[in-house]
Write a protein that binds this ligand. Structure first.
Ligand SMILES: CC(C)(COP(=O)(O)OP(=O)(O)OC[C@H]1O[C@@H](n2cnc3c(N)ncnc32)[C@H](O)[C@@H]1OP(=O)(O)O)[C@@H](O)C(=O)NCCC(=O)NCCS
Length: 295
């Protein structure tokens, strides 16, 4: 089924700045063509990850997206950011969510509505049959916005830029005893990277559970020792088990690291696809080069 609501929008955007199709081919992108925009299927077990590099979107494209897809409440929030970099990232994020959801369901990008759970997790508020069982989760760093979508299972995603300042002094409070021990056994120059590994994996889990920071961060943790796949451990108080979850870590771009947490379901095998995208403008399939994964 072709997505009627996106045809004119993308036709409009593609005419900006000369010949974007030619520019896209040069960079290895597939420029979006309305004819390509059949609704995508997401079978139970499929996980699609969408990666938007903030710097990929030229200003002219972003301003068209702003006009086309943001709702009033989002425009007001956009206007309140103090720094241009935050405004830009916000716009890429909102455009990404609206664009991606419309790739799976016949709802126009501007028509998506969201509400937050008691723990602040945004969920889709539209009453459409395709929404049932559909899950998404977003994470943003300064450089990149990642969005994971799946069906019939929980999912959490986190991304951080590797050159950000690491608050190593909070490890004692937020990491499990095994994580603290692993961190402290490393030479000082390797500790920031390991801190980020633990941080992104922990965030991916709390985001998959959807309970935010109400989950005690020191009651679960990751074990990287040895060559074996990474292992997660839970304090009995959390009433959870490693076999309930799969974790993967990868680099969505050279300067960022991301973690994905998906709920294991006995009847579902996992197929993960990654796409780099400038919402409404172009997209490109990406390899999913996993750095570490759980068993
Ligand atoms: C809000 C939180 C879920 C993620 O925050 P974060 O890592 O700062 O930010 P991210 O960019 O990864 O994620 C933000 C997105 O998570 C989503 N989100 C918010 N609450 C969520 C929840 N309870 N569950 C799942 N996702 C949630 C939202 O989509 C939000 O983006 P949006 O506001 O643009 O819609 C929460 O974990 C938090 O505040 N973390 C603070 C960081 C911290 O102290 N980490 C310690 C790790 S050791």
């Amino acid at each position: 089924m072709t997505h009627p609501s996106m045809q004119t929008k993308i036709g409009t955007i593609d005419t900006i700045g000369g010949d974007p199709a030619a520019a896209a081919v040069e960079r290895g992108w597939h420029a979006l063509d309305p004819r390509m925009l059949d609704l995508m299927t997401l079978a139970p077990g499929d996980v699609d990850i969408w990666v938007a590099i903030v710097a990929d979107a030229p200003d002219a494209e972003l301003s068209v997206q702003f006009d086309e897809v943001l709702i009033e409440e989002e425009r007001k929030k956009h206007a309140k950011f103090l720094f241009e970099k935050d405004r830009r990232r916000y716009l890429v994020t909102r455009s990404l969510v609206r664009y991606v959801l419309s790739r799976y369901m016949p709802i126009a990008p501007a028509d998506w509505r969201f509400e937050a759970t008691a723990f602040g997790r945004p969920v889709i508020a539209n009453a459409h049959p395709g929404v049932s069982g559909f899950t998404f989760n977003i994470s943003h760093s300064d450089r990149v916005v990642v969005l994971g979508v799946t069906r019939e299972r929980r999912l959490g995603i986190d991304v951080e830029d590797i050159d950000r300042e690491m608050p190593l002094d909070v490890a004692d409070r937020f990491f499990s005893a095994i994580e603290v021990q692993q961190l402290q056994s490393l030479p000082a120059h390797l500790q920031p990277a390991r801190f980020l590994d633990f941080w992104t994996l922990k965030e991916s889990y709390i985001k998959a559970c959807g309970k935010g920071l109400s989950l005690p961060l020191d009651q679960f943790g990751f074990d990287f020792r040895g060559e074996a796949p990474l292992r997660v451990h839970f304090d009995p108080r959390l009433n959870d088990a490693p076999e309930n979850w799969s974790f993967r870590q990868w680099r969505p771009c050279a300067d960022s690291v991301a973690a994905l947490c998906v709920e294991n379901r006995p009847t579902l095998s996992t197929r993960i696809a990654v796409r780099r995208v400038v919402p409404f403008v172009r997209e490109q399939e990406m390899a999913f080069d996993v750095l570490r994964r759980s068993a």
